[in-house]
Write a new protein. Structure first.
Length: 412
């Protein structure tokens, strides 16, 4: 090495200290075994680390990290697997696609903002697709085993997500956003079997759990503010849809109200629909086949902190086949529905409609076939509540029973 070269290197080292610039202590390691594997690593900035190990044939990996202590680890074994990691700021990502796997795709993108911590994709099988898109302090884990599964997670700010799927052709989607409240969202999806679909959309401090086992089950959860939803389905061709919305009607005060929904379904071809807003609670438990439960609860408040907290409550139990239950409530209503037995040649049916001013209804049917209970309670007095309480209870055992109860009138 000549004197001029040594002098030039000395000048560069001196300038680096004088400028105060801390160049990154980057580390990149790539190990390839087999044929046709490709690895591309680009790092710029502070304390980055990338470790890629690929085996077998035609695997591709791309890691791009830009500034601040990023870490990425990719371990691929099998054939034709693809992994892409793009990170900014303090991110951590881990992708593992196991030996014997083929044609799997894993994508982790953790965006800008404050430190992102998390990532992690594990896939076993063939033709699986997993994507994690995060910004800021999010954490996500995806585990998939089987063939043709898909899991996609979108998160913004301080959210947590976990997806575990085993079987074939399952689809899981989680989309979470945290806005002004500072309350994080959390979503967990478990799916075992084939052709199941789970979708969780959440905004502002919500918690969602979806657990499905069997084939061709569908679960959808849509929550806006401070809600909790649990959906557990076992069997085939079951469907559960939960929509919960807490809206303060434009008032700036943060509400202390929240909705809660629990749906349990076991058997085949069961259907549950739950729609709620403003401190409602709903519990639906269906076992058997071809049962349907619809719960719609609503209350409109004139302003936060005015009067006591209102809340509708609904409890639906159905055991047997071909039973229907419909519950519609508004304001301080409570309804219990219990059906046991089979509806043959004309299904069991319970319909409860309640509106305004502290209604209570309890309906229970036991037996097989052609039972009907319909309860309609309505009281809407001009000028506000009169404090009138309405109660209705009906219990039937046997076959061919009919009970209809109508109470109260709406003011003209």
């Amino acid at each position: 090495m000549g004197k001029k070269t040594l002098k030039a290197l000395s000048i560069l080292v001196a300038l680096s200290f004088l400028s105060g610039t801390a160049y990154a202590a980057n580390t990149a390691t790539s190990t390839t075994t087999g044929t046709g594997n490709e690895s591309e690593i680009f790092q710029h900035g502070d304390n980055n680390n990338a470790d890629v190990t690929q085996a077998d044939t035609n695997n591709r990996s791309r890691v791009t990290q830009n500034q601040d202590g990023n870490d990425a680890q990719v371990d691929q074994a099998g054939d034709n697997n693809l992994s892409v990691i793009d990170q900014q700021n303090d991110n951590t990502a881990d992708v593992t696609q196991t030996a014997g796997s083929a044609d799997n795709t894993a994508t982790v993108n953790q965006g800008d903002g404050n430190a992102n911590v998390g990532g992690s994709i594990w896939q076993s099988g063939s033709n699986n697709n997993a994507e994690i898109h995060q910004a800021d302090l999010n954490d996500a884990t995806i585990l998939q085993s089987g063939d043709d599964n898909s899991a996609i997670v979108h998160q913004r700010l301080d959210n947590n997500a976990f997806v575990d799927q085993w079987g074939d052709r399952n689809t899981a989607t989680i989309d979470q956003n945290q806005f002004n409240s500072g309350e994080a969202n959390g979503s967990i999806i478990f799916q075992g079997g084939d052709d199941n679909i789970a979708d969780s959309d959440q905004h502002e401090g919500n918690v969602s759990l979806i657990d499905q086992s069997g084939d061709r089950n569908f679960a959808f959860t849509d929550q806006q503010d401070f809600n909790t939803s649990v959906t557990v389905q076992s069997g085939d061709d079951n469907s559960a849809t939960v929509r919960q919305n807490l809206s303060n009607g434009g008032f700036e005060e943060e509400p202390s109200f929240s909705n809660g929904s629990v749906v349990f379904q076991s058997g085949d071809n069961n259907l549950a629909n739950v729609t709620q807003d403003v401190e409602n609670s709903s519990f639906v438990d269906q076992s058997g086949n071809n049962n349907t439960a619809n719960v719609n609860q609503h209350h409109t408040m004139t302003g936060w902190g005015k009067g006591e907290a209102f809340g509708n409550f609904s409890d639906v139990w159905q055991d047997g086949n071909d039973s229907d239950a419909v519950v519609n409530q508004d304001d301080e209503n409570t309804a219990f529905v219990t059906q046991s037995g089979d509806g043959t040649n004309g299904r069991d049916l319970i319909t409860i409609n309640q509106f305004d001013d502290g209604d209570f209804a309890d309906a229970s049917q036991s037996g097989t076939g052609n039972n009907l209970i319909e309860v309609n309670q309505e009281l809407n007095q001009v000028g506000g509540s009169t404090g009138v309480m309405q109660n209705a209870m009906a219990s039937q055992s046997g076959t061919g029973n009919v009970t209809i109860i109508n109470q109260g009138n709406a003011a003209p």
